[in-house]
Design a protein. Structure first.
Length: 254
């Protein structure tokens, strides 16, 4: 007596064979697609890789609105919006500097939080500016002009704005100190023709005049800006005086 055969036993090899055939077909299609996506031009041996170009940035007064600045470089040495910088930073815009009559950065110290004058002229006659003290401490690299440390007063004639970063976060600026850093942003050539003349007089006999001319050339591809200053500052103690004749020029191209 023979036992009945299972009717599905014969269909098992067929299903395995069909499944194997389908998998091989799909693998062949993927391999063919990968071969078509490969470049037919071989790379040259020893060729130098293309340099990576980072996007340029600039901080200029034309981005500010009245007394409200939009961005600054004090917090991270990059152009970042002030709302994204978690650090105590104050920025005095060009309009604010004009309204308070600040002809240099020293005249604006009273409008910066935790910044005061540390006059060393009596002890060191070779120092011709008032060094700032931030949070009660002074440092040699306290003032910078477009990322470079300066050891003279930041004059207003070629200055667009002044910012101060207080505290150890100034280390991120690269040349800062534990006290903080004062950053001056130079005027830049913009793609709009304009001119301005400023004058200053006081009761001590001081006078000051500056001329700012910006022009666009070569079908709006090149902008040039020239700023000149001449001043004769007198002080209460005679015959103390300070005379300056300066010229500043900058070019932008695209």
């Amino acid at each position: 007596m023979t036992s009945p055969r299972c009717p599905r036993a014969a269909s098992v090899p067929v299903a395995i064979k069909a499944s194997l055939h389908g998998g091989l077909s799909a693998l062949a299609l993927f391999a063919a697609a990968g071969l078509r996506g490969q470049s037919s031009t071989p790379e040259r041996l020893g060729a130098e890789p293309e340099p990576t170009r980072l996007p340029t940035f600039r901080v200029a007064a034309d981005e500010d609105t009245g007394y409200v600045p939009q961005s600054d470089v004090s917090g991270s040495r990059l152009n970042k919006p002030l709302r994204d910088i978690a650090a105590p930073i104050n920025v005095l815009t060009s309009e604010l500097l004009n309204d308070i009559g600040a002809v240099n950065a020293t005249a604006a110290f009273d409008f910066m939080g935790n910044v005061r004058s540390d006059d060393l002229n009596a002890a060191a006659p070779d120092i011709d500016y008032v060094r700032p003290a931030i949070r009660g401490l002074t440092s040699l690299n306290t003032q910078t002009f477009d990322f470079f440390p300066v050891y003279t007063d930041l004059d207003r004639y070629n200055l667009d704005r002044v910012g101060v970063a207080r505290g150890p976060n100034a280390f991120l600026f690269g040349v800062g100190s534990p006290t903080g850093v004062i950053t001056g942003t130079a005027k830049s050539a913009v793609y709009a023709s304009k001119s301005s003349v400023e004058g200053f007089f006081d009761s001590a006999g001081s006078w000051r005049g500056s001329l700012d001319v910006n022009r666009v050339l070569l079908n709006k591809r090149v902008a040039i800006r020239i700023v000149g200053l001449q001043q004769d500052i007198r002080y209460a103690i005679e015959p103390t005086w300070k005379k300056d004749e300066r010229l500043f020029a900058t070019v932008s191209a695209k």
